[in-house]
Design a protein around this ligand. Structure first.
Ligand SMILES: Cc1cc2nc3c(=O)[nH]c(=O)nc-3n(C[C@H](O)[C@H](O)[C@H](O)COP(=O)(O)OP(=O)(O)OC[C@H]3O[C@@H](n4cnc5c(N)ncnc54)[C@H](O)[C@@H]3O)c2cc1C
Length: 515
């Protein structure tokens, strides 16, 4: 493999150990890790893997929580300091602004570059410093502002990717799109159109934040082949193609933001309040349960503004109407008789906002290991439910954690119905794999009862494959399998991710004491 002359190759034990993990509960040692130097190098790796029968796993920053960037074959990592780490041309079309970015660009570097030009990518992940644009696209990433703007699919204009056959496809250039993709997708679109129940199921979920399974929503938008293809790569978890670059739509950065903090004694009441205020011009509504808030109070500068021992809603308003929206939300809460513990804290200073957002971005690092034997494992950490069910879902899911005797941090993008549930597991218990599986089954049972999703923003990876068919139903699950067969009939790209028979606990880390 060293003779490939495709780029840097890592194959010694220490390096491989590093790439055997991501932010998930899994661990798989790869055969080798290759950092291709350029497109030609990447093509050589794909051809080599194809000829030798080695599976390929694309890897970005390795921040994924579902084990999607792990594999037994060759890991293809795109370095941020080389060919794939370039931010290219800015362009305009009418009111829209577009930026070309290599898949290896770190999200945080991308946002900084945009900010210098007064711009912003609203799919603003909390993992900005450790995730890359390619990984963000492959997981259909989003952030707190998904409530107003949606996930990264809304901002993905064109995608450049290598197919499993080693063809370089640019979705903006029809001449690069293989005929078999064009015909196969048209055929699927026709059949989906005729399947009323599958179509209606997708239609019914259009307004929901969903990142599980393949992104089939563009089929019902009847997009032309290039756009459809770009959208299908979004959320594909490295199983349909290897993304090399993308053209992203960005928006003007809005510095004039106002915030409101609401303190609740009852978490369900907080959930109900979200539903009431969601349409009142809010750009983001984050929810944090009391246990999470206590940790932020103790360990971050946000403690100065998180002044009560309470469950908290952190609301951000944006745009020129922000001030009116603050008043509107106050009015809604008063008229609805929502019981808050104290007067809302209103912030208008950029500094204050940043303190809170910074604390919010740090939550996982702060909560994940409160005692040597306790870990907030990524297990049911990314569920979503239709917003109207959020409050009831919270009640039911808290009961599940209680039944399992697990203390749980609950936080997340409440305004989008997306909760990060982080139960603290005693990682020394002898039945850990079974305990994780039992909890997952029980939590997802509640998720499905409310028509929810097992992943609203982090993607399917390895962690959630056993639950996809139940979530999407046989017909749409079948369409997803067909899509995989169309793009990668030999199963070269990321086997065991999105689909697989390996079982939930296979590849579970043996030792959770290491970071
Ligand atoms: C502290 C923390 C906070 C987080 N916050 C958020 C958040 O706010 N929003 C959010 O959406 N997620 C969040 N995540 C999850 C994670 O950061 C995202 O899923 C992120 O988009 C993954 O990007 P990555 O570059 O790290 O990808 P990886 O973890 O390296 O890979 C993820 C998946 O993408 C595939 N992939 C990576 N690069 C490519 C490529 N070039 N071509 C094809 N496939 C590729 C991989 O094969 C894998 O299946 C968070 C994670 C952590 C640890």
């Amino acid at each position: 493999m060293q003779d490939l002359k495709a780029g840097r190759v890592l194959a010694d034990e220490i390096d491989l150990r590093k790439f055997s993990r991501d932010q998930s509960i899994y661990e798989i040692t790869p055969l080798a890790v290759v950092f291709p130097s350029d497109l030609e190098g990447l093509q050589k790796v794909i051809n080599f893997a194809k000829e030798e029968g080695f599976p390929l796993t694309p890897r970005g920053g390795g921040s994924g929580t579902a084990g999607g960037a792990l594999g037994e074959g060759i890991i293809v990592a795109l370095a941020s300091d080389g060919f794939f780490g370039k931010i290219g041309a800015f362009s305009r079309s009418g009111e829209s602004i577009f930026v070309h970015a290599g898949a290896g660009v770190f999200h945080g570097d991308f946002q900084r570059c945009l900010r210098e030009r007064g711009l912003f990518l609203p799919a603003d992940v909390s993992s900005a410093g450790i995730s890359q644009i390619g990984g963000n696209i492959a997981t259909k990433a989003s952030g707190p502002h998904a409530l107003r703007f949606g996930s990264i699919d809304r901002f993905t204009e064109h995608v450049e990717f290598f197919s499993a056959r080693g063809e370089l496809v640019n979705t903006a250039d029809p001449t690069t799109i293989p005929e078999r993709f064009r015909d196969g997708l048209q055929d699927m679109a026709n059949r989906l159109l005729k399947n009323a129940s599958a179509w209606n199921f997708l239609k019914g979920r259009e307004g929901m934040k969903v990142a599980s399974g393949y992104n089939l929503f563009p089929f019902i938008r009847k997009l032309p082949p290039g756009e459809l293809l770009a959208q299908l790569l979004v959320g594909s978890n490295g199983t349909l193609g290897l993304v090399t670059a993308a053209t992203l739509r960005v928006v003007p950065y809005d510095p004039g933001r106002e915030t409101m903090l609401l303190f609740f004694d009852d978490l369900q009441e907080a959930g109900r309040a979200i539903v009431a205020i969601r349409d009142a011009g809010v750009a983001a509504v984050e929810i944090m349960n009391r246990k999470t808030v206590r940790i932020l109070q103790k360990r971050t500068a946000a403690g100065e503004v998180l002044t009560h021992d309470a469950h908290v809603l952190f609301i951000e308003f944006s745009g020129p109407g922000g001030h009116d929206a603050v008043a509107e939300v106050r009015g809604i809460l008063k008229a609805g008789g929502y019981r808050t513990l104290a007067d809302p804290v209103i912030g208008t200073v950029e500094d204050e906002i940043e303190k809170l957002w910074e604390a919010r971005r740090q939550i996982l690092w702060l909560i994940r290991n409160p005692a040597p034997h306790l870990k907030a494992l990524s297990v049911v950490n990314d569920v979503g439910v239709p917003l109207r069910h959020l409050a009831d879902f919270i009640v039911e899911v808290e009961k599940v954690f209680e039944n399992h005797g697990l203390e749980t941090m609950i936080y997340g993008h409440g305004g989008s119905g997306n909760l990060h549930l982080r139960p603290l597991f005693d990682v020394t218990r002898s039945d850990l794999p079974e305990a994780i599986k039992r909890l997952t089954d029980d939590v997802y049972e509640v998720v499905f009862r409310f028509g929810g999703t097992v992943s609203a923003e982090h993607g399917t990876g390895r962690l959630r494959i056993a639950y996809l068919q139940r979530e999407w139903g046989d017909a749409l699950y079948g369409f997803m399998q067909e899509l995989k067969a169309l793009f990668d009939p030999q199963g070269l790209l990321n086997p065991g991710v999105m689909f697989g028979e390996q079982g939930f606990s296979r590849h579970l880390r043996k030792d959770f004491s290491a970071p």
